[in-house]
Design a protein around this ligand. Sequence first.
Ligand code: GLN
Length: 345
Amino acid sequence: MKHSVCMFAVAVAASTLFFGCSKSDDAVSAIKEKTDAAVAATKDAAEAVKDTAVAAAEKTAEVAEAAADKAVEVAGAAKDKAAEAVEAAKDAGAAAAEAVAGAVAGAAAAVAPKEGTIRMITEATFPPYEFRQGKEVVGIDVEICKAIAKALGKELKIEDVEFDSVLPSLIAGKAELAAAGITVTEDRKMQVDFSVPYVRTGIVFVYAKATPFEKGEQAKGKKVGVQNGTTSADYVRKDLGQEPEMFDSPASAFAALKAGKVDVVIADIDPAKAVIKGQDGYDISDLLTVEEYAVAIKKGQPELLATINKVIEGLKDSGELDKITDEMTAKANAMAAAEEAAKAE
Ligand code: GLN
């Protein structure tokens, strides 16, 4: 019994041991398994990380490479563009420089008359203020401007343009003085500076004696001939409320009246008197307006304006202006008479 008990005991012990042992072996192997699995997982993970990292690195490299390529490309393009831009800028610069040089030269030519000369701009179809005697432009305005040139120690040069170009040409710097029987008006005062006035005058109707025009209303709805850009044109628009028929001189407007193309002409009284001189069938009305003529200069030259004013006041005070007016009126009349005589032949 003892043996069997012992055996049993041994058996139990052994089994215990065995089982005990086998239990711990299981645990070990389980741990091992787990560990292996973990190691494998870690390896896998590491592998995966590695793959990812490699892939990412590859991608990064690829992207970097592409970026580098792109950068090179862009840089190249930019370089090309820059070169193009430089060329364009050079061209533009050259063109701009040329334009500036041209403008400066033009402005210089426009601003600076030939050394020792001063330019007067006028419109020589306006006797007795300015008209042509042969090739020469003569008249009251010419004499006034000659006196101004003398006071400045300069020689007078005359530019003859259409009346509506006189002030724009002055403003553009093509002359220093504008004198063309120019009426001082509020509109014009905004564009140029005027001297003191040298004559008080106005506009009149020029009509055929058979159909006289004395009052403004009579011309309403009629064909009224005027010189382009003049206060007569303003009068037709503002006072008669209609469009005038335009001509380039009082004489051509009068020729249209004689030809029956217009019913009446409006012009400044002195050239109006000049055109009807020796024309029996025509007459002029009383003044429709009161206007004053003055010499115009580009704005902002107080010294030049003061000199011009002094000269004009001097001509008025000394009686010289009256003398000039009489002389030039006589000259214009003599010329008109000579022209009529030539036509009659
Ligand atoms: N005195 C008018 C004006 O200034 C006409 C001048 C002219 O025709 N020359 O408009």
